[in-house]
Unconditional design. Structure first.
Lengths: 190, 184
């Protein structure tokens, strides 16, 4: 197991495709929290995020042979998780639940939980996190995806372009516009 | 550089993706416009805050639940686990490829049978002469053969401009058809 850390993701999935279940466990350990961060920032619901990440990792198990070694494994995994997250959000939207992003500007004062800025450092950072999370939720879906992948997951533009399946120039433009919108929304944090 | 160009290039500048000349132009614009410089600094700070958000961790129940679901999928009567995807021919599975081939072959066969018959060589089909036995194509080639009495209904067309007149065919009837005396 120790020497598995020497394997790349692509080598691990190749081993898993040959039937090595330990390789699957290693891949899950590598990607579980990364995908949790990505999906939670996307859907803003911990329970739902866990379900989606489990679905994605289950898909990795049941459809392992669908991965072809022509793309990076991480790209494939993020694509699966992103698609599942989008599907869930669409379902949620169709259930007519109130979405933060659908609120008008006048509602926005009430959208955060009652966490007031405190002298306590932890409370302060929690407040900032919730404020940023709410601002991310207000972004349109196609802006939200690229922003999370770039500024939180720190993926390259090229990889993001493959994950969301849009041209590189479009990815750059979306990231730029998303950052401008976030800056406007989070002005009062400064 | 104008304001629009400046705003379009902010991310490229912050991600260090501008070439030297564009970078110089961008920085010159910032130096000339303090509000532009403040905007870039704000966006940089926002990015830093976003990057600084804590990583989300899965709960302790995550892995047991995942293994439970995997076990469920393994033991499911209608197994969802794909052991190895079937090979495809032009994107079709062998079954669909076979069905498609049969359909295309049937379509071609039916199409050919429904097509109006034409003479592929473009030759005129000879008029019916009443001759059951085949006659030599070239009479010169068979000089010894005695010409059989034939009746030729060779009527000239009086007015070829009149398209309502149907051209009458030449009848070449051999001795197997005998005519009685013309009553007229």
């Amino acid at each position: 197991m120790d020497n598995q850390f020497r394997y790349t993701d692509e080598e691990l999935i190749a081993r898993f495709q040959e039937g090595d279940e330990q390789a699957y466990v290693e891949l899950v350990n590598r990607y579980r929290d990364r995908l949790m961060t990505f999906v939670f920032r996307f859907v803003n619901d911990m329970e739902q995020a866990e379900d989606i990440v489990q679905d994605a990792l289950l898909k990795l198990y049941t459809h392992k042979h669908y991965y072809k070694n022509i793309a990076k494994f991480s790209t494939w995994m993020y694509t699966i998780a992103g698609n599942l997250a989008k599907t869930e959000l669409r379902k949620k939207k169709s259930h007519k639940t109130t979405n933060l992003s659908q609120m008008g500007p006048e509602d926005r004062d009430y959208e955060l939980p009652a966490v007031e800025p405190d002298t306590d450092e932890v409370a302060q950072s929690e407040y900032i996190e919730k404020k940023i999370q709410a601002a991310i939720q207000r972004l349109p879906l196609h802006f939200r995806t690229v922003t999370i992948l770039r500024d939180i997951q720190e993926l390259s533009y090229e990889e993001i372009s493959k994950i969301v399946d849009v041209p590189l120039g479009t990815v750059k433009s979306r990231i730029n516009r998303a950052r401008l919108q976030l800056q406007k929304d989070l002005k009062d944090l400064k | 550089m104008d304001r629009y160009q400046f705003e379009d290039a902010i991310s490229a500048y912050l991600d260090n993706e501008l070439n030297l000349s564009d970078r110089q132009a961008f920085e010159a614009y910032m130096d000339a416009n303090p509000d532009a410089k403040a905007l870039v600094n704000d966006i940089r700070a926002t990015m830093k805050s976003i990057k600084g958000m804590p990583k989300v961790k899965a709960s302790s129940a995550f892995m047991p639940n995942l293994y439970k679901r995997i076990e469920f999928e393994k033991n499911r009567p209608s197994k969802k686990i794909v052991e190895r995807p079937s090979k495809t021919l032009f994107g079709f599975t062998p079954l669909y490829a076979g069905v498609m081939t049969v359909l295309i072959a049937s379509f071609i066969t039916v199409g050919v049978n429904l097509w109006p018959e034409t003479n592929p060589t473009g030759q005129q089909i000879p008029a019916f002469t009443g001759n059951v036995t085949p006659t030599p194509a070239n009479p010169v080639a068979a000089p010894n053969s005695t010409p059989s009495p034939t009746l030729v209904a060779n009527e000239t067309v009086a007015d070829t401009a009149d398209t309502t007149i149907i051209k009458k065919k030449k009848f070449q009837l051999n001795d197997k058809v005998q005519f009685v005396k013309d009553q007229r």
